[in-house]
Design a protein around this ligand. Sequence first.
Ligand code: HEC
Ligand code: HEC
Ligand code: HEC
Ligand code: HEC
Ligand code: HEC
Ligand code: HEC
Length: 325
Amino acid sequence: MPKHIVRLITLIAAVLVVAVVAPQLLTAKSFYRFGHYRANAVPEIAAKEPVYQTPRYCYGCHTERRAQWSAGSHKTVTCEVCHGPAQGHPQNGKLPIPTDTVRLCTQCHEAMPGRPHTQPQIQVAEHSGGQQCTVCHNPHSPKIAAAITKVSGNAAAGKQQAAACASCHGSEGTSPNDTWPNLAGQNAAYLARILAAYKSGDQTDPIMTPLAHALSDSEVQDLAAYFGSLGCKATNRGKTAGDAAAGAAMAKNCTACHGEGGRGANPAWPKLAAQKPGYVVNALKAFRAGLRKDPMMANVARGLSDSDIANLAAYYAVQSCPATK
Ligand code: HEC
Ligand code: HEC
Ligand code: HEC
Ligand code: HEC
Ligand code: HEC
Ligand code: HEC
């Protein structure tokens, strides 16, 4: 064989050997330190021990959350259970804010046999439909505390005072027009609370604010007892702008607080059944715009479009009234 051919073959063999051997020697086992998820990066990340701090670590900086959390019923669930291990935060990065709270919260709260009853349990589908838990619950202080006001008023005395309300709310508490609310059969505790809110300025309305200012505390109680004791006679079978069938589907998201068909779930919160659709539309838009303030309704109304609101109002308008107490 000629010499130059031998040299060429040797050269090719040498190049092949280098091509096979060099990558083995020169390539990193894991690309994680370069920020790439290649080669052994995944097992390397998995092998890292998460390093937890304690809630105490968060106290200095997140005072507001800490205050909510340590006053509420989640104080046994530490911050990092939901936010992940915090070593290196805030210098080296943000902590995740859980977005899929259905997944997070059901890990501890979905009803199942054998789960200790000290941990309150729910049937998820019935409880919340498909909604995120944070629509209604504050994760840092999840208990929904209904401030149940005791109504100590005298309905007979309230009936006398109610003459002053008849021009707008009807002589029997059923309003004559579409945008003024019915009061008959409404929860008395809610009526007392909302009248007190008009009085204190927590809620304002150009018509109701001056009227409520003129009422004494005991008149508020009497009026609430009277309207709460009336049977609701409203029949709203007329035409409305929204689509009641579409509203029915959305109203599943409201039953936890307003009851089936809006017939009430909690005495401190309003019934919506047979309420005037124009009033319901105005109220929902006021919550959405932040003009009427309530932390729970603010979360709920934020996600509603104008047509959702019209549909919900149409649905509640045709619900049968709450039964007489
Ligand atoms: C030294 C002060 C400090 C400590 C200690 C601290 N944080 Fe923070 N945290 C911050 C700052 C500053 C931000 C805002 C970062 C930003 O917006 O860039 C933040 C943001 C967050 C966020 C939101 C991230 C976002 O995207 O807005 C969460 C959740 C959080 N911290 C949880 C915790 C938890 C849980 C602890 C305790 C284990 C903790 N933090 C301890 C200062 C701190
Ligand atoms: C049960 C789970 C849970 C626990 C325990 C918890 N958090 Fe949160 N945290 C959340 C969720 C969910 C959000 C998102 C809030 C929302 O969507 O309204 C959040 C939001 C935050 C935010 C605000 C992020 C932003 O900018 O909106 C901070 C800061 C925070 N948490 C800090 C803490 C601290 C500090 C603790 C402990 C004292 C703590 N969290 C305990 C679930 C939890
Ligand atoms: C790691 C488990 C765990 C997670 C995750 C968790 N919780 Fe809890 N939760 C508890 C325990 C334990 C209690 C009972 C505390 C007690 O009564 O001392 C509780 C109490 C509650 C209560 C009842 C309050 C009362 O006093 O009646 C509500 C409501 C609640 N959690 C909602 C939520 C929501 C919403 C989330 C998600 C943002 C969530 N939880 C995530 C463990 C958890
Ligand atoms: C539409 C609003 C709404 C949504 C969404 C919602 N809840 Fe609730 N939840 C409530 C109300 C209202 C109560 C109080 C009911 C009562 O007093 O029985 C409550 C009570 C609870 C309780 C306490 C039950 C008890 O027996 O003490 C737990 C636990 C709870 N919710 C967990 C969750 C979890 C987890 C999610 C998300 C999957 C969720 N909730 C979503 C409205 C809601
Ligand atoms: C001049 C008309 C007028 C008179 C008189 C009047 N109201 Fe009203 N009332 C209204 C209007 C309008 C609203 C709805 C305000 C809104 O859209 O926020 C309202 C709302 C209310 C609400 C809130 C209802 C709800 O579901 O939240 C209560 C309670 C109420 N009035 C009680 C009374 C009482 C009690 C009297 C008599 C002392 C009275 N009103 C007299 C016009 C009137
Ligand atoms: C977590 C509980 C909760 C949920 C869920 C909820 N609401 Fe409410 N809603 C309230 C409370 C509490 C009030 C009383 C607010 C106040 O005092 O101003 C209220 C008030 C209202 C009012 C005003 C009623 C009146 O007489 O003035 C309307 C209308 C209303 N809600 C509609 C809805 C609709 C529609 C949904 C579902 C899309 C819904 N709410 C879901 C708690 C809730």
